[in-house]
Structure formats: structure tokens, C-alpha cells
Unconditional design. Structure first.
Length: 239
């Protein structure tokens, strides 16, 4: 029975070699950042031997090509991960810094009542943390440039999940009145116009709900409404 099943599977693999190559590439991309080099080489050899032994490729030597695809994809994934983790901020960790940051994400309230957003600081992603946005009626939006002063710390779990290289715990924040330009600034302007259109004439709760449904911006959703969503089993719609 096993042999009877294996033969059609091998024939299907031979008829669709691109699928084999794609599967090996995905395997390498998944293994690269997570597995040690020895394990990656072992998996690549196992793929080559399995493909040749099962008759998935002809001639059998093409199994080595599939193994090589796993290796190349793994190396590419490792290089990409290293590039994302590389930072020039290490010498400043633990120090008080000041300057302008550009918000890359909307400001969100965390579980402890503080607020956070991913921002660009000296060309690198940092997690900007602050207890409150001063006395401003509304916090800055995506693309806004604010002037901050605070301590730069090593990235914690939340920062790493956001692909940020450090945490900037700001003690002072003030708006600069400027926004980023270029293509990103154009997208920001389109987003602001859409937000303004959706907010017009609606109470805050309904406006926040509409923005969340249309633009995916659930940060404007009032806390009690977000709690109602979670209680109704719709927690996947809010963050």
C-alpha cells in the first residue's frame, strides 16, 4: 500500500518540478534563522537523498540540486536576519539621548497604561515608550515628527517583535509641526484624508469602529468597545 501511494506521489513530483524547488526554498527560509548550520546541512543532505531515493527527480543527481536550494535559501534567510538585527545604536544604549523621531506606527496604549509606537531614530527602528503624550488632545499620527528626550535601552521582547533595534523611553515629548516627506509622506496624506472622511459627523466610538473596519486602525477604538469585542469572541479583530 505504501509503495502504491509513493509511486503516484513521485510521479506527481516529477511532473511539477517547480513545486519541489519552491518547497525546498521555503524549507531553507524557515530553517535558516532558527537552526544551527550543522542541522541545515543535515536537512539539505536528507532532502537530496530522499528525493533521489523516492524517484522524485530523474536523474537522481538532481536531488543534489534540491539540497543546494535548501542551503542557498537558508543562507539568504540568515543574511536577511543578520541585516535586520544589525544596529549602530549599541554605543548609545543606556544613555540619555535627544532629537527628532518619525512615527512609523500609530500610538497604542499598553497593558500598563503607558503608550508606545514604533519610530525611526537616526535611520533605525526603535520602540518609543512614554507614559502619556503631554497635554495634547490627540497623540501624533503616523509620519509625524516629534522631538523627544529619554533613555535609550536594549530591545526587549516587545521591541524585537516589532523589529525594533532598541527602546527609547522618552521622558519629554513635544511636536515639531513637521511630517515626513517623499512617497511615505504621500501615503500618510492619503491616510489622513481617509480618516477625516470616516470621522466626519460620527461619535468617537462609531468613528473608531469605522476606521478599524475600513483602514484597520483599531487604536482609535474606545477601550470599552474593544473589551466588548473580546468578550464577544472577536479578539482577533482588535490588538
Amino acid at each position: 500500500m505504501t509503495i502504491a501511494v509513493r509511486r503516484p506521489a513521485a510521479a506527481a513530483a516529477r511532473d511539477h518540478p517547480r513545486h519541489l524547488v519552491l518547497a525546498c526554498a521555503v524549507l531553507g527560509l524557515l530553517l535558516g534563522p532558527r537552526a544551527p548550520a550543522g542541522a541545515v546541512v543535515g536537512v539539505a543532505l536528507l532532502v537530496a537523498l530522499a528525493a533521489a531515493g523516492a524517484g522524485c527527480v530523474r536523474p537522481a543527481a538532481l536531488g543534489l540540486v534540491l539540497g543546494a536550494v535548501v542551503l542557498v535559501a537558508a543562507v539568504a534567510a540568515q543574511a536577511r536576519t543578520a541585516a535586520l538585527d544589525r544596529t549602530r545604536l549599541t554605543p548609545e544604549l543606556g544613555r540619555i539621548v535627544s532629537g527628532s523621531v518619525t512615527l512609523l506606527t500609530a500610538v497604542r496604549t499598553d497593558a500598563f497604561g503607558g503608550r508606545r509606537a514604533v519610530a525611526s531614530w537616526r535611520g533605525e527602528r526603535v520602540l518609543l515608550r512614554l507614559p502619556r503624550w503631554g497635554t495634547a488632545a490627540t497623540p501624533p499620527g503616523i509620519g509625524d515628527i516629534v522631538v523627544v528626550r529619554g533613555r535609550l535601552r536594549a530591545a526587549d521582547r516587545t521591541a524585537r517583535a516589532a523589529r525594533a533595534h532598541a527602546v527609547l523611553a522618552a521622558s519629554h515629548v513635544r511636536p515639531s509641526g513637521r511630517r515626513r516627506g517623499g512617497a511615505a509622506g504621500l501615503v500618510d496624506a492619503i491616510r489622513r484624508r481617509a480618516e477625516s472622511s470616516l470621522d466626519g459627523g460620527l461619535p468617537p466610538a462609531e468613528a473608531g469602529l469605522l476606521r478599524g473596519m475600513v483602514l484597520g486602525e483599531d487604536e482609535a477604538l474606545p477601550g470599552d468597545v474593544a473589551d466588548d469585542f473580546r468578550a464577544a469572541g472577536l479578539s482577533h479583530l482588535v490588538r
